[in-house]
Design a binder for this molecule. Structure first.
Ligand code: NAP
Length: 309
């Protein structure tokens, strides 16, 4: 029997409908909407799409979102100047600096930007102070992708407490916070990475498997315990026809989408996993919509904290 679909779009809509009245009540109380400042450096097409989606979703939910643009040639000092201005802005409760930053800014640019954010406005939850709060299980602002995964699991009635969980990927923005959030909900968590030996066998122990490695269709049926809940965080745009043909059978809808668009967004989980897993989040329509809505939720949280309520 094919896996139950963990429908990220439906869960995101549900959270958005809960957020809208809370945003309206903040606006009525303070005379201004919660505000998000988004900094976009350069002209990466994927980043443009992500930022457009965030601005649209913010507007639909009653938040204010302003985009500050810098050219790809901007210096790190210029970027830190914009962050400093947003840190001091009265109307911006949250600040998001869209990744990736241009390589010319240097390998440690993202870290320096996160360090420069006012932790109270750090709606991505990447500042070391917020990471510390997360480790101690008392965080208010937690990275939006992993907290979106938790919402998806909980609202889809997947039991976390007591489950064995495996997180594939150990990045600061997805893998590590994901593992901590599962741990705080009483899962027994294993974090896997590129040096994990016998990854398949480790993954196959898991009742909850979260894949966040950025390797299209890497997680095949052999990685999955029958009946497990599998969450696919990966997003990779594939333009190589042969790669698409290796993953999706002729005549499938995904192949048709590729023919129409010339590229396909593919997760880390192979479609054959649907025959083994008990529940599976799709790509697209899984974790992606939740990442956006959790960012809005964090902005409202930051706004309420700044307004003292
Ligand atoms: P990242 O910083 O590149 O980290 C990738 C992690 O995967 C690393 O820990 C790496 O291990 C591990 N890894 C890579 N290849 C592996 C392999 N063959 N076997 C085992 N582990 C492997 O990526 P990220 O920022 O965490 O993002 C991961 C994926 O999630 C990407 O596809 C990204 O686009 C997607 N993403 C989606 C959303 C969303 O809204 N849905 C949000 C954020 C990210 P090492 O540490 O050993 O190198």
């Amino acid at each position: 029997m094919p896996a139950r679909v963990l429908d990220g779009t439906a869960v995101a809509n549900q959270i958005r409908s809960e957020l809208a009245p809370a945003v309206a009540s903040f606006t009525a109380r303070t005379g201004r909407p919660p505000g998000l400042g988004i900094v976009l450096v350069g002209d990466d097409p994927a980043s443009e799409i992500y930022v457009r989606g965030k601005v649209k979703s913010a507007g639909e939910t009653g938040l204010r979102a302003d985009v500050e643009r810098l050219p790809a040639t901007a210096s790190l000092d210029q970027l830190l100047g914009v962050v400093d201005r947003l840190n001091r802005s009265d109307v911006h409760d949250g600040i998001l600096v869209q990744s990736p930053l241009p390589e010319a800014m240097g390998a440690d640019a993202e870290r320096r930007v996160f360090d420069a954010l006012d932790p109270a406005k750090d709606v991505d939850g990447f500042h070391p102070v917020n990471v510390g709060y997360l480790v101690q299980n008392r965080a208010a602002l937690v990275a939006s992708t992993p907290s979106g995964v938790i919402e998806l699991l909980e609202r889809s009635h997947v039991t976390i407490a007591g489950a064995r969980a495996a997180v594939l990927g150990r990045s600061d923005i997805v893998g590590k916070p994901m593992a901590l959030l599962l741990l705080h909900r009483h899962a027994t968590v294993t974090i896997c990475h590129s040096r994990t030996s016998n990854l398949r066998a480790v993954a196959r122990e898991a009742d909850i498997l979260v894949a966040a490695i950025g390797r299209p269709a890497f997680v095949t049926a052999e990685f999955v315990k029958p009946g497990a809940a599998v969450v696919d965080v990966g997003i990779t745009a594939i333009r190589d026809r042969q790669a698409v043909e290796r993953i999706y059978p002729a005549g499938s809808r995904r192949r048709e989408t590729f023919e129409r668009r010339g590229s396909l967004t593919v997760g880390d989980v192979h479609p054959e996993v649907a025959e083994v897993a008990g529940a599976l989040s799709p790509v697209p329509g899984g974790v992606g919509p939740l990442t956006v809505v959790m960012l809005l939720k964090n902005t409202l949280t930051a706004a309420n904290q700044r307004a003292g309520g």
